[in-house]
Design a protein around this ligand. Structure first.
Ligand code: A2P
Length: 267
């Protein structure tokens, strides 16, 4: 028997204990959840926080990108379900009303502050790497700073694209956001192991130029293009190398430049 379901553990000091408001499962391995936001919790869109469950004396915490924009009164997260993942094994079972723990200090590099001004913002993601960009594409500041925002995601299977597609759809149907976003947001999603023809990897889309021809955009130009990358270690490395070859330079909070990188977190 799972002790977590029968035993109540005290909330550790210095963490927020929030209430789950919504859970949505997309596939056997992907779900999103939303929870209440503590009044005192401030973050910059694109940052991550440490999330845990009150199911042990010393709860396991994992890094989770905040998938909601900083103006949202709730917090959203997009997660994989790892069968034996110390956190996601339990987290995937949460329901509205349950408690989720969050450490108080968010951090991260996928923030607009880490980029110097430009005209077009590319958001390159694979799998759950789309999570931080779910906030970015819903933040008015993004569209104040950029004339065009290009969300790119590849997944292995078609069903895994649902969260991203739904986000873009939601923005287009939202009265306030659609007004603000207009036609500035472009979306390119593809599955690389299902469908005919197969979608290309982001690295292939960049190298072949298919990304640009599909969207009617010019090739990367370090004078006006900015980028954020979020995916596996290998994807970050390979995508960053292509951006560097095109003349972009990696930035950080204390040294803004033309692209930023962060690993998509796994359990
Ligand atoms: P592929 O199906 O060709 O491996 P993963 O779950 O392995 O992280 O894969 C998620 C998505 O990222 C898939 O579309 C996968 O393509 C792609 N991907 C994996 N490794 C890389 C990489 N090094 N560069 C670019 N895309 C990658």
């Amino acid at each position: 028997p799972d002790v977590s379901e029968t035993t109540q553990f005290p909330i550790p000091a210095n963490v927020f204990a929030e209430t789950v408001t919504e859970v949505r499962h997309y596939t056997d391995s992907l779900f999103k959840f939303r929870m209440t936001r503590p009044a005192s919790f401030r973050f910059r869109t694109g940052e991550f926080a440490m999330i845990g469950l009150p199911n042990a004396e010393k709860p396991v915490f994992r890094a989770y990108s905040i998938a909601s924009p900083s103006w949202d009164e709730e917090l959203e997260f997009f997660s994989i379900k790892v069968p034996d993942g110390p956190l996601t094994e339990h987290l995937q079972k949460i329901r509205p009303g349950d408690t989720v723990l969050m450490r108080k200090k968010p951090t991260g590099t996928l923030v607009l502050d880490a980029l110097i001004p430009g005209r077009r913002l590319y958001l390159f993601s694979t799998g759950t790497g789309i999570a931080p960009f779910a906030g970015t594409i819903r933040d008015p500041e993004t569209y104040e700073k950029f004339e065009q925002v290009v969300l790119v995601q590849t997944t292995r299977e078609i069903a895994e694209l649902a969260y991203g597609r739904e986000l873009v759809e939601t923005i287009r149907n939202d009265e306030i956001l659609s007004e603000l976003v207009g036609d500035k947001l472009l979306y390119h999603g593809g599955a690389t192991r299902e469908g005919e023809p197969r979608g290309q990897r982001i690295t292939e889309l960049l190298q072949s130029g298919k990304l640009f021809t599909d969207l009617g955009l010019p090739p990367l130009d370090p004078a006006i293009d900015r980028a954020m990358i979020c995916g596996s270690m290998a994807m970050l490395k390979d995508t960053a190398a292509l951006l560097e070859a095109a003349g972009l330079e990696e930035g950080a909070n204390n040294k803004p430049a033309t692209y930023v990188v962060e690993r998509a977190f796994v359990d």
